[in-house]
Design a protein around this ligand. Structure first.
Ligand code: GLA
Length: 413
């Protein structure tokens, strides 16, 4: 008995000594458990960063250029955006996606790939700013980016400080090579690091919806991917990515979680990349606007057709996306391959989308009652692709919609 007691006391003493010596946070928690310990994302004192009160707009290199990105492309894109009407229409951020990275230096700071970016990231950021645009960059919460470049894991504060020094305004933060890392913890850590950098940096989370960020990230990130990667196809799964219509089906049900400062991100636009018809691209752009999605162009904006330009620069449709009420629209009616969508707007009106997913033309009707409006209410109808006022109507609005196409109208009270 006495011996047993002696050993027990000894063991407890050795354990306490070990904890004292390691001095780790874990040891502290074991000795002194805090009943109020919450995941970092749920800290009641956490404040959102205040950015992105409207869905972010800009351009990102990935969909068109993939890993073949360099400073010439970024400069040409900034030049084009500043002069082709995109900047005036609200496209603001110029974002370099994966593959800009070089190695970490002897002190662990990330450097740029000097072959592709011979003038350096700082000079490129200055150039983008000189055009009146903002500058974005890409990293990853794991040890490596999806393109195999150095990730930020273990270097979060150091990377955020480097981005701030470079004048970065936007960080897209990916989820490759993260092993068993906890997404909530990993994104909260980078959000804190960005905040500590002292520079306002929009935080775009890209973990593909794996751990349902819409449930926990509204004060961590300004937008979160809700799906895997988009591809320039109409629908279906293609290896690891999804066509436009399939992405829409995954993002649509999440409408209650979006709002000013925190948006569902169904991935970047494919408009102008050549895989779809212009009718399909108009549907793609309209659906993103109805879903209050970030409008991040993903094509070669320095060399686009007039048709592509007309889609990306449709100010009536952009105004729906950028409506200050910040509500994500959603499907209110569906029968077979015909759908009606509605998005409430700040002026008390509605954006209404008739979407024909079928391969033949179809007449679709939006009923006021389905839209949650009294049938007798007279509304001004404006066609947002024909840019025409259609007069005052009550009860319903009908139109023939081309295959894979949309008719998008705005109802004014
Ligand atoms: C992931 C992301 C893409 C893109 C690539 C870059 O697949 O989801 O948007 O950033 O990585 O490698």
């Amino acid at each position: 008995m006495v011996l047993q007691r002696f050993l027990r006391v000894r063991a407890a003493w050795i354990f306490a000594l070990l904890l004292h010596l390691t001095g780790s946070a874990y040891a502290q928690e074991v000795l002194d458990p805090d009943p109020n310990t919450l995941p970092a994302s749920q800290d009641p004192n956490r404040q959102a960063n205040g950015l992105a009160q409207l869905p972010p707009m800009g351009w990102n290199s990935w969909n068109k250029f993939g890993c073949k990105v360099d400073e010439r492309t970024i400069r040409a894109t900034a030049d084009a955006m500043a002069s082709n009407g995109m900047k005036d229409a609200g496209y603001e951020y110029v974002v370099i996606d994966d593959c800009w990275h070089g190695k970490r230096d002897a002190n662990g700071f990330i450097t740029e790939d000097r072959t592709r970016f011979p003038s350096g990231i700082r000079a490129l950021s200055d150039y983008v700013h000189s055009k009146g645009l903002k500058f974005g960059i890409y990293s990853d919460a794991g040890s490596k980016t999806c393109g195999g470049r150095p990730g930020s894991q273990g270097h979060e504060y150091q990377d955020a400080a480097q981005y701030a020094r470079w004048g970065v305004d936007y960080l897209k933060y990916d989820w490759c090579s993260t092993g068993t890392r906890n997404a909530e913890e990993a994104y909260a850590l980078m959000a804190d690091a960005l905040r500590a950098s002292g520079r306002p940096i929009l935080f775009s989370m890209c973990e593909w919806g794996n751990s349902k960020p819409w449930l926990w990230a509204s004060k961590i990130g300004n937008m979160w991917r809700t799906t895997g990667d988009i591809t320039d196809k109409w629908e279906g799964k293609h290896r690891h990515s999804w066509g436009v219509a399939s992405i829409v089906d995954m993002n649509e049900p999440l409408w209650p979680y979006a709002g000013p400062g925190h948006w569902n991100d169904p991935d970047m636009l494919e408009v102008g990349n050549g895989g779809l018809t212009d009718t399909e691209y108009r549907a793609h752009f309209s659906l993103w606007a109805m879903m209050a999605a970030p409008l991040i162009a993903g094509n070669d904006v320095a060399n686009m057709t007039p048709q592509t330009r007309d889609i990306l620069l449709n100010r009536d449709v952009i105004a729906v996306d950028q409506d200050r009420l910040g509500r994500q629209g959603h499907r209110v009616w569906r029968e077979g391959k015909q759908e009606v969508w509605s998005k409430p707007l700040a002026d008390g009106g509605r954006a209404v989308l008739l979407w024909n997913r079928d391969d033949t033309p179809s007449t679709i009707t939006a009923d006021w009652v389905t839209l949650g409006l009294p049938a007798s209410l007279g509304m001004q109808v404006r066609d947002l692709w024909a840019h025409k006022d259609l007069g005052r109507t009550s009860a319903r609005f009908s139109s023939t919609v081309p295959p894979h196409g949309v008719v998008m109208v705005r109802l004014h009270p």
